[in-house]
Design a protein around this ligand. Structure first.
Ligand SMILES: *[C@@H]1O[C@H](CO)[C@@H](O)[C@H](O)[C@H]1NC(C)=O
Ligand SMILES: *[C@@H]1O[C@H](CO)[C@@H](O)[C@H](O)[C@H]1NC(C)=O
Ligand SMILES: *[C@@H]1O[C@H](CO)[C@@H](O)[C@H](O)[C@H]1NC(C)=O
Ligand SMILES: *[C@@H]1O[C@H](CO)[C@@H](O)[C@H](O)[C@H]1NC(C)=O
Ligand SMILES: *[C@@H]1O[C@H](CO)[C@@H](O)[C@H](O)[C@H]1NC(C)=O
Length: 811
């Protein structure tokens, strides 16, 4: 027992040291909130793929579409199911689908993909229905969900393939949808199903193997100076036509159509006359293929011109792991479509076509424009009246020359690690009376990243684990009025509040969190939600951009924990930091400690190997956090080590319990993150006092010292390798002054992110299985949050004794 458990601890610590060396700030969420049971969760046995949502604040329900089921859940508590309706495929449909070569249990099922509000009581719902898309009306009356049982053809409204991304939108009674219209998924359309149905041309210049992600409506006719029309915006990615590459390259697009479009009379009959598209630019600092748009959220403003689309982008090649968020103002998109130049195809050689800027004369009315005052003055009240010249122009040239640039010229957030998949953005009023846009971003490993951009500084307030097992977040919805987020994934739907200020238990922690929803309330001495406070700077403090804690009361000095030192033993002093961005500094009698053959410093504490009499004295654990150029020091823990034989020892040393070994104590002494900086909840000394067993361990310790030496060699090697990778990504951060300015940028380049999941390495539950049954992957949980994509480490995760060392030394 002792040797193995000892080994796993030491291994864990050493790996940790290696990780810490690679740690870099600013890309790391300040706090990591691991999975908690108190999140409200909905799931039903046997039902999967909870991927469609419709918020009905008016009815007090969240409608949740899954595979072959629709639920009405209490909007205040999604674990409460108010009603359900099941819509299963018929055996016949399933047989037909299987016969066509599709997987019976996965593809030949009915995935609910469309849920739209028709009126107070009625919804429109579509499902893939075993590769035969079908729609129906559904009512929620008297607490009952009912399908009308009047199925309609769903072709073009809902995809055939449940794995295909698509988007749709109900405007009035017109359904706008962007999906494939055929079984093979090879004929993409943007369709309006209405009395006057319209769709896109089947031309690759219009849509080329698109992946549709998002649609929204913009009431641009309101208060319009030129009699403009309302629009529907569509976001998607498709094969680039404007780049000269040998292989296919995907680009991100925004397209739009006019609500009043009726198609052309001869040219573009029953087709959009207002379909325009432009490339979305979201450039990453490192050279890479353009990232691909994954999801979009429209942050609406009372003045529609100030509304902003927030888009998440993920890399198109698995070589890169950098995701980003870029924001685009409606005005910027409009400007490109209303005034920008067009691209035009030019034949080079015989078969090849190149797209270049069109410099010739543009017909009037402007191609792709909605019917506005200019057209009306020319006697054209409907798109049907548009001249062929305008229509032919737009039929052949739907692409704008210029790309839409992001709001601030650069991404709002760049993150390495788990891919960003979904986004919602909440606008919240902070204590200073300003509104801040808070981004909630779902990842493909089941986390929500809560991030803000303070004047160009990227800051991730916290990351929250929504699911016990990593699974991608497939849909994310926000109820701003309720202050709740709803996230759907394969196994269930989870509800979480936009903030949980109670998580910050001191003024310093509350202010340093820089969470716009939270402020420290002096009267109640709690970190409270800004909404609940009377908005006054006298009674509460918040410092979002600066992270200035000077108004916080001085924290009480941390009381020293008295511990007994028994020579020759290993001693673990726990110290839990409050922030992933903080660095730990250990001091022993005026001297700063560093990890070496004697000390191992990790995020969970300090391990003193083979203590001697000279190790007696005062140890302090300081947390040093840099926020916006300022340094915050605070003492997180203090220990006084006293020799066992010392007669002056403060009473609680009982020389008797020399049975357990010190490594067990190291195991169990790692506390949960707690309010330790006030000293009110120090690590329990009982776990630490039993450092007196020398007997059996002496041999083990001697062995370990040897092991450690070899491990350190390996670590150094790995660290150097990691280092090199880091540098490769950080060509810009070469000199010190740039490093100063480029702090927020350093995020992007970070190769590996140190997380509090490191703590898992030392947690008793993760160490024990390793000791007990040589279980390979339990000792060190690199995958805790999927951020540790660190290839050289990959085969180290099996720490089954010495085998690991042999493996690595072969490199
Ligand atoms: C709601 O819409 C449905 C379908 O269009 C219609 O049949 C029903 O009469 C409408 N109900 C109300 C109350 O307007
Ligand atoms: C639905 O969930 C099941 C079970 O997790 C999974 O195997 C399947 O791939 C999912 N289907 C889609 C379309 O995501
Ligand atoms: C267009 O509308 C205006 C006013 O609504 C009307 O006077 C005019 O005759 C219409 N023109 C055509 C061609 O329909
Ligand atoms: C924080 O601690 C470091 C190291 O002990 C020290 O150099 C620095 O002056 C301290 N800063 C503050 C603000 O106390
Ligand atoms: C040492 O630990 C034992 C049990 O683990 C406990 O009863 C005792 O009070 C502890 N002594 C000190 C000095 O904490």
């Amino acid at each position: 027992m002792s040797l193995l458990s000892a080994l796993s601890i030491v291994c864990g610590l050493m790996l940790h040291v290696a990780f810490s060396a690679l740690n870099s700030h600013y890309c790391v969420p300040r706090k990591t909130v691991p999975y908690q049971n108190e999140l409200k969760l909905f799931r039903e046995d046997g039902i999967f793929n909870y991927s469609t949502m419709l918020m009905r604040d008016d009815l007090g329900v969240l409608l949740l579409g899954a595979r072959e089921a629709v639920y009405a859940l209490d909007i205040n508590d999604v674990s409460v199911r108010k009603a359900a309706v099941y819509w299963r495929v018929t055996e016949e449909k399933q047989r037909e689908c299987t016969y066509k070569g599709k997987h019976a249990e996965v593809e030949c099922r009915n995935y609910i993909r469309t849920l739209h509000r028709m009126n107070d009581t009625t919804m429109y719902v579509c499902g893939t229905n075993a590769f035969s898309p079908t729609c129906d009306y559904m009512t929620f009356v008297g607490g009952q969900l009912r399908l009308q049982g009047k199925p309609e053809e769903g072709k073009g409204k809902c995809p055939f393939d449940p794995f295909q991304r698509y988007s749709s939108l109900m405007v009035g009674n017109d359904l706008y949808s962007a999906t494939s219209i055929n079984f093979l998924g090879s004929e993409p359309v943007v369709l309006r199903s209405s009395n006057l149905a319209l769709r896109t041309e089947f031309k690759s210049s219009w849509l080329s193997e698109p992946n549709f992600v998002y649609m929204d409506f913009m009431g641009e006719s309101f208060d319009s100076s030129d009699g403009d029309d309302d629009k529907v915006y569509l976001f998607f990615s498709e094969n680039a036509m404007e780049y000269d590459f040998y292989s296919k390259v995907a680009v991100s697009r925004v397209a739009r159509v006019c609500k009043g479009d009726m198609g052309g009379q001869r040219t573009l009959q029953r087709k959009w006359t207002s379909f325009l598209k432009a490339r979305l630019d979201c450039s990453l600092p490192e050279p890479s293929l353009p990232p691909v748009v994954q999801d979009v959220f429209l942050l609406k403003h009372e003045d529609w011109r100030k509304s902003v689309f927030y888009a998440v982008f993920a890399p198109q090649s698995s070589l890169s792991q950098v995701s980003a968020v870029c924001a685009y103002s409606v005005s910027a998109i409009r400007e490109i479509f209303n005034e920008g130049k067009f691209k035009t195809p030019v034949a080079v050689e015989t078969s090849h076509v190149k797209w270049v800027m069109y410099t010739g004369e543009v017909p009037v009315p402007r191609p792709g424009a909605c019917i506005n005052d200019v057209a009306r003055k020319m006697g054209m009240n409907r798109s049907l009246d548009l001249p062929d010249k305008t229509l032919q122009f737009i039929r052949d040239r739907p692409l704008m020359d210029e790309a839409v640039r992001p709001l601030t010229g650069r991404p709002l957030l760049i993150k390495r690690g788990a891919l960003l998949t979904r986004i919602v953005v909440d606008s919240t009023l902070a204590l200073d009376g300003q509104k801040y846009a808070v981004m909630f971003i779902g990842t493909d490993n089941g986390y929500i990243q809560k991030a803000v951009n303070y004047d160009g500084e990227m800051f991730i307030i916290e990351e929250l684990q929504l699911h016990e097992n990593p699974e991608p977040i497939n849909i994310l919805q926000l109820s701003s009025t309720k202050g709740q987020l709803y996230a759907g994934s394969e196994s269930g739907a989870v509800q979480m509040p936009v903030s949980n200020c109670g998580r910050y238990d001191t003024c310093v922690d509350c202010v340093l969190a820089r969470d716009p929803y939270c402020a420290w309330d002096f009267s109640s001495e709690r970190c409270s939600s800004v909404q609940s406070l009377t908005r006054s700077s006298d009674t509460a403090v918040q410092s979002l951009k600066e992270g200035d804690v000077s108004r916080c009361p001085q924290p009480d000095p941390v009381a020293a924990v008295e511990l007994t030192l028994v020579p020759e033993n290993n001693i673990h002093l726990p110290c839990q930091l409050h922030s992933n961005l903080a660095q730990v500094l250990w001091h022993f009698s005026e001297q700063t400690l560093h990890s070496n053959h004697k000390y191992y410093i990790h995020s969970g504490g300090l391990l003193i190997m083979s203590a001697t009499e000279s190790d007696a004295g005062l140890y302090t654990c300081d947390s040093v956090e840099q926020i916006n150029g300022r340094t915050y020091n605070r003492t997180a823990a203090v220990y006084r080590l006293q020799l066992y034989s010392d007669p002056g020892v403060g009473g609680n040393t009982t020389p008797g319990n020399e049975v357990t070994n010190s490594f067990d104590s190291a195991n169990t002494a790692t506390p949960e993150p707690g309010p330790d900086d006030t000293g009110e909840d120090p690590p329990t000394p009982e776990n630490l006092n039993d450092t007196g067993r020398v007997t059996r361990l002496e041999v083990a310790v001697a062995l370990l010292s040897l092991l450690c030496l070899s491990l350190m060699g390996v670590m150094l090697y790995i660290w150097l390798r990691g280092r090199w990778k880091c540098c490769r990504f950080a060509p810009v951060l070469q000199n010190a002054s740039e490093r100063e300015n480029g702090k927020q940028q350093s995020c992007e380049y970070m190769h590996i992110q140190n997380r509090s999941s490191d703590i898992k390495m030392l947690g008793p539950e993760s160490v024990r299985p390793c000791a007990a049954n040589n279980n390979h992957h339990t000792a060190v949980d690199f995958k805790g949050n999927g951020e540790h994509h660190f290839t050289p480490m990959a085969n180290i995760s099996s720490l089954d004794g010495l085998g690991y060392i042999n493996d690595e030394s072969e490199i």
